[in-house]
Design a protein around this ligand. Structure first.
Ligand code: IVH
Length: 678
């Protein structure tokens, strides 16, 4: 019996191997060797064997790609290291400036680059253990994403398991992580929207939104039907790069069976002509982008050597060793049928153009922002005009100009800013010298709605599920009159809303509960004080360490905070001078949000001192050393000059050390650095 079952197991595994091989040929390499019919037969055979012997079914079996039963929600999981975004450039000059900076910071001019297509989908991390896919995680807020493994398993270009010898041959360890772009090919996007339209459902605006919507489906069967594709572009181990060169990592990924975009190029350093070649690649693909079966919005240029990448490091949210060159917005011509006014969180009135639907670069555009009254005057646009509409990757479409020729007669109706707020009918105000019109009614329902949406959004309190539809209902029914009311919502409240089941209600309550654990800076940002963005909120939290101290601070003290000037300081003081706002904070405190944090006094011991790190340090990574110096008030730069105070030299220090010696700059070792910074 045992022998028979061993045989069967072997038979099933051989069949799986065969199917994997053909899947790879079909979905990754795009050159099938057997007909669809024959392939289906193999799959049916596997499904039959597995259904007869359920105990032999494994999660990495190709049969698992068909998707399973609905689930209740997604679990949040931390990333092994931050999933970063990229800085953008928009023209040749900016690209060349980036390269100069790479040279300057690294102290060398012989830098090789890899150019890749910038795929317009969503980034996704795949974690493999022992050669098997164990987790697929969305980017989320960069440090924590959502576990979408079951859905990711339905994507055919994602290997579910990779044989050990294959990994070994490719030089990849058995435990590793891949990052890449999940996307919906244009044909699949078109078909899906056609189906949805026919069924009277809302259509997705573009393939990127469709991808995000598809991977977050609770029913992986639906994901399976929608044919997503995945291209990998990064290989990590324990959250760090693994190969000496990025180009090698890409080749290794391809060798291990991952789909790596073939339209990539390693550009080896050729004195000052290297960047010319990068530029040529960018231009070449701008002309060819429409011939691709998926959308791209630019080119990504990456420094090839990973040691150099480490040396260049990161600024805030993006690496210095890579840059995105974004292609110019695509444009279309359509008729402007009406102009409506939207009221934002601060009461600002934004005119929005209602357009006859127009397809621009694969996306149907129905409205476009006109920003403000000045812009409308600048464009000279009237209702009924034909206009050119531009759409960039992330940005909201905008009206670029009015078209005026024989085929496109001018419209006649002039737009005027309404005198009353379209939401609450309060008289609209335009302050002297300001461009914007505002509704100043503190209780305007539109403001309230936008304030709640901001508070609940991903980068703020991250209350998943609290989007437009829910917030509309909550505010209209008076269940939420300010952000503190969110924390008083009960299950009964939620169940009284339209289309709200027990599960969803519980999910939202859990999300609300989870948001209480978020740090002080998020709450500060969430209050929506004018001019206080994410970064400022962070500095305020570090400086004051508690909401209480922030509340009590005067303009002068506020101006001591990093990057806070009089305009921001006054806005903060004004906010807390209003009794209702202080009461609001009090209620957030009662709801047990984290209104205290850790004071990080920026120490001043090394204030004004500039350091350059070079070579490998024994005890610290470069980032740790940098942090240590910065915590003591010092600054770390990438290149040695006469202004450098200290060069910290580790093992194998190169040209920077030579330069320091030439210029007579103080060279110290790790120990001396510790002494200075402590
Ligand atoms: S590398 C730290 N390579 O662009 C490096 N990203 O704007 C991070 N993207 O979030 C990414 N194609 O979703 C890289 N070939 C490519 C890419 C790519 C598309 C996306 C990715 C990222 C976003 C940044």
């Amino acid at each position: 019996m045992a022998a028979a079952s061993k045989d069967l197991e072997k038979k099933i595994e051989t069949l799986r191997e065969k199917i994997r091989h053909h899947e790879h040929l079909y979905y990754v390499l795009d050159r099938p060797e057997i007909s669809d019919f024959d392939f289906d037969r193999l799959m049916q055979e596997l499904q039959r064997l597995e259904s007869e012997h359920p105990s032999l079914t494994t999660p990495d079996s190709p049969s698992q790609r068909v998707g399973g039963k609905p689930r209740e929600g997604f679990v949040k999981v931390p990333h092994s290291s931050a999933m970063l975004s990229l800085d953008n450039t928009y023209n040749e000059e900016e690209l060349r400036a980036w390269e100069r900076r790479v040279h300057e910071l690294s102290g060398r001019s012989d830098v090789d680059y890899v150019c890749e297509l910038k795929l317009d989908g969503m980034s996704l991390a795949l974690v493999y253990e022992d050669g098997k896919l164990v987790r697929g995680i969305t980017r989320g807020d960069g440090s924590v994403g959502e576990d979408v493994t079951l859905n990711v398993r339905t994507v055919h270009s994602v290997p579910l398991s990779i044989p050990k010898d294959k990994l070994k041959k490719a030089g990849i360890p058995a435990d590793f992580e891949v990052r890449g772009e999940l996307l919906m090919p244009l044909a699949a996007f078109k078909k899906m929207n056609e189906d949805r339209e026919a069924r009277g459902l809302s259509v997705f605006a573009n393939p990127r939104n469709a991808t995000a919507g598809t991977v977050r489906q609770l029913e992986s069967k639906v994901t399976a039907e929608r044919r997503l594709d995945y291209f990998s572009y990064l290989l990590l181990r324990d959250g760090r790069t693994y190969f000496d060169r990025h180009s090698e990592a890409l080749d290794a990924l391809a060798a291990a069976g991952f789909k790596v975009n073939p339209n990539r190029k390693l550009i080896q350093s050729k004195d000052d002509r290297t960047i010319d070649e990068v530029w040529a690649f960018i231009q070449q693909w701008e002309g060819k982008r429409d011939s691709l079966p998926y959308e791209i919005d630019g080119i990504v240029v990456k420094v090839d050597r990973t040691a150099l990448q480490d040396e260049l490091g990161f600024t805030g949210k993006a690496p210095r060793w890579a840059i995105a060159y974004k292609y110019a917005a695509r444009a279309g011509i359509t008729k402007l049928e009406d102009i409506r006014v939207q009221v934002g969180r601060t009461g600002k009135l934004t005119p929005v153009a209602m357009l006859a639907p127009v397809l621009i670069g694969g996306t149907t555009v129905r409205n476009a922002t006109l920003h403000n009254m000045d812009e409308i005057e600048r464009l000279g646009v009237k209702i009924g005009d034909w206009v050119q509409v531009e759409r960039g990757g992330d940005v909201i479409p905008k009206v670029a100009k009015v078209i005026e020729d024989k085929e496109h007669p001018r419209g006649h109706e002039e737009f005027k800013m309404p005198e009353k707020c379209p939401e609450c009918s309060t008289k609209v105000v335009r302050t002297e010298g300001e461009v914007d019109y505002r509704c100043v009614n503190a209780n305007c329902p539109a403001k309230l709605r936008e304030t709640i949406l901001h508070f609940a959004s991903r980068g703020v309190m991250n209350i998943d599920g609290m989007g437009d539809a829910l917030v509309n209902q909550l505010t209209e029914r008076g269940l939420v009159k300010d952000v503190a009311d969110i924390y008083r919502l009960t299950k009964e409240d939620l169940l009284s809303l339209e289309r709200m089941g027990d599960k969803s209600a519980q999910n939202i309550l859990d999300e609300i509960e989870n948001s209480k654990k978020l740090p002080l800076e998020r709450v500060i940002y969430g209050l929506g004080m004018r001019f206080v963005g994410e970064r400022t909120a962070q500095f305020l939290a570090e400086h004051f360490g508690s909401m209480e101290e922030l509340e009590g601070a005067g303009v002068e003290e506020l101006e001591d905070v990093n990057e806070v000037g009089p305009r921001i300081a006054e806005s903060i003081v004004e906010f807390f001078s209003i009794a209702a706002n202080r009461k609001l904070v009090e209620r957030l405190r009662e709801a047990k949000l984290r209104l205290t944090g850790e004071k990080k006094q920026r120490r001043t011991k090394l204030a004004g001192k500039t350091f350059v790190l070079t070579g490998t340090l024994a005890k610290y990574t470069r980032d740790e050393a940098k942090k240590m110096i910065e915590d003591a008030g010092g600054k770390v730069t990438g290149s040695v000059s006469k202004k450098t105070d200290y060069v910290v030299a580790g093992e194998d220090a190169g040209s920077k050390l030579d330069k320091a010696k030439d210029l007579g700059v103080n060279v110290i070792d790790e120990k001396e650095m510790e002494k200075l910074a402590r």
